[in-house]
Design a protein around this ligand. Structure first.
Ligand SMILES: [Mg+2]
Length: 464
């Protein structure tokens, strides 16, 4: 942990092998607030049917300071025994009425690949549904509302799924509407929503409850001189942008425009425009576009005066550097955009070698908070299925993922407040293709079907 001064403290953990990620926190807490994800829990409670308030008090998170993967559980590789198959599973101990285990699946590279089902995915989920074994879909993807996303997956896999089985990378942003311990409510503040196709992330943000949402495209269409090279994308921006409601200067509606928070919901489509507007805001005075803070570069101030003048907080929803797409090699994800922005920020400010950080908050896998969020949702779904008087606690969760940096790292590092143990299973159908993974999983399976088989066998579940 390093102190950033000026009311800010940084928690740093490795966002990738090469570059640390910094979490911006108030000095008063000196550690990440538990409330962002704890309050997100409240959001999910409100957004899913049923009375779960009784369980809420039992599920308060244990503090996000514990949540950053700083504790690394030792893991050993234990491959599926040769010859093991579903036939073997049938001969293991008799099935408990209530399973004491569950599954968590990444989506891209595990269940789907470039929107097409991966062989065995539909059958695996259908089997778990038939057996009454809870599962959740935990993705660093996003860009659309949870209900849309789950409907799309249901159709592609030809299986009926409820919205409460999915957690997307930006789902926790919903809590910022009402605010957290470290972030005043943003419901009526102007937020810049970055990333995603057209208007989709703006619409998601509005469904979460943000009432004043603008996009970089809105700013560009109001004054294209802010980044003239994006004129080649003008036809695209015309399809969804909205006039800025700010009326300070009709000749330039961007003049005096104040932004209160920057939320990177999804992978930016126009990296240059988005990065430039973010940089403009981070260098501004009080988040007012077109201004420059006089504190920038003042070496007698914390962080050399950068981000010390009321600039908007910056949130990222997904740290993934890579994701598995249709192309033969993995593609850069939101983490790639963040690294590019960090590099630009360092070039402008002097960067870490001069003692200047980029203050930001990054959520999504592999953070402890996201896994905690997922486990709480699993527990609620489990209670919904089996009742609150469940006598068998959730002992094991099998995290099936294709990305060692997010899925495996997160599962290996996670510390459950409910004494469940998370097992990491790496599949070969996505980002990981072979060799020594950067984070060692508990086991490696060829695909999701084999991964489910391994989990069932580990929990001695007899398939009927
Ligand atoms: Mg994946």
């Amino acid at each position: 942990m390093k102190s950033g001064g000026g009311g800010i403290s940084d928690i740093i953990w490795e966002g990738s092998a090469a570059t640390p990620v910094t979490l911006r926190l108030p000095l008063t807490t000196r550690r990440p607030s538990p409330h962002l994800f704890g309050d997100c829990l409240t959001f999910l409670l409100a957004s899913t049917p049923g009375n779960r308030l009784g369980l809420l008090s039992k599920m308060r998170p244990q503090g996000l300071w514990r949540s950053l993967g700083l504790i690394q559980r030792s893991s050993t590789r234990s491959f599926l025994p040769a010859g093991a198959s579903r036939c073997n599973i049938r001969h293991l101990s008799s099935a408990p009425r209530v399973p004491d285990f569950a599954f968590a699946f990444d989506i891209d590279g595990v269940l789907l690949r470039s929107s097409k089902p991966i062989p065995g995915a539909a059958e695996s989920l259908a089997l778990l549904k038939k057996e009454g074994i809870p599962f959740i879909l935990l993705t660093n993807g996003g860009g659309k509302h949870e209900t849309e996303r789950v409907a799309e997956i249901s159709e592609k896999l030809n299986i009926s799924l409820d919205a409460d089985v999915i957690i997307q990378s930006h789902s926790p942003f919903a809590e910022l509407v009402r605010g957290t311990e470290t972030q005043p409510p943003l419901e009526n503040k102007r937020v810049l929503v970055v990333g995603g196709d057209g208007n989709r992330c703006r619409e998601v943000a509005e469904r979460y409850g943000f009432r004043n949402v603008i996009t970089p495209g809105d700013i560009f269409m109001a004054n294209s001189s802010i980044w003239p090279f994006s004129k080649v994308f003008q036809d695209y921006y015309k399809t969804f942008t909205r006039p800025l409601s700010h009326t300070g200067d009709s000749s330039d509606p961007t003049k005096g425009l104040k932004v209160d928070a920057i939320l990177v919901f999804n992978d930016p489509r126009d990296w240059a425009l988005d990065a430039h507007i973010i940089v403009d805001l981070l260098l501004s005075s009080q988040g007012v576009l077109g201004t420059l803070s006089e504190k920038n570069g003042k070496t007698d101030l914390p962080n050399h005066g950068y981000q010390q003048d009321g600039q908007p907080p910056l949130y990222f929803s997904n740290p993934d550097l890579w994701w598995a797409a249709a192309y033969s090699l993995p593609r850069l994800g939101q983490g790639g955009f963040r690294e590019a922005l960090e590099g630009t920020w360092s070039a402008i400010t002097g960067g870490p070698s001069k003692g200047v950080e980029l203050y930001k908050t990054v959520i999504g896998k592999p953070s402890q908070g996201t896994y905690e969020f997922a486990e709480n949702q699993l527990l609620r779904n489990r209670s919904k299925a089996f009742g609150f008087d469940t006598t068998r606690p959730l002992r094991n969760v099998y995290m099936v993922g294709d990305n060692p940096e997010s899925d495996i790292r997160g599962a290996n590092s996670y510390r459950s407040a409910h004494d469940s143990r998370w097992h990491s299973i790496l599949v070969r159908t996505g980002v990981y293709r072979g060799g020594e993974p950067t984070w060692t999983p508990e086991t490696i399976a060829d695909d999701v079907h084999k991964a489910v088989e391994w989990g069932l066998q580990h929990s001695k579940w007899e398939v009927k």
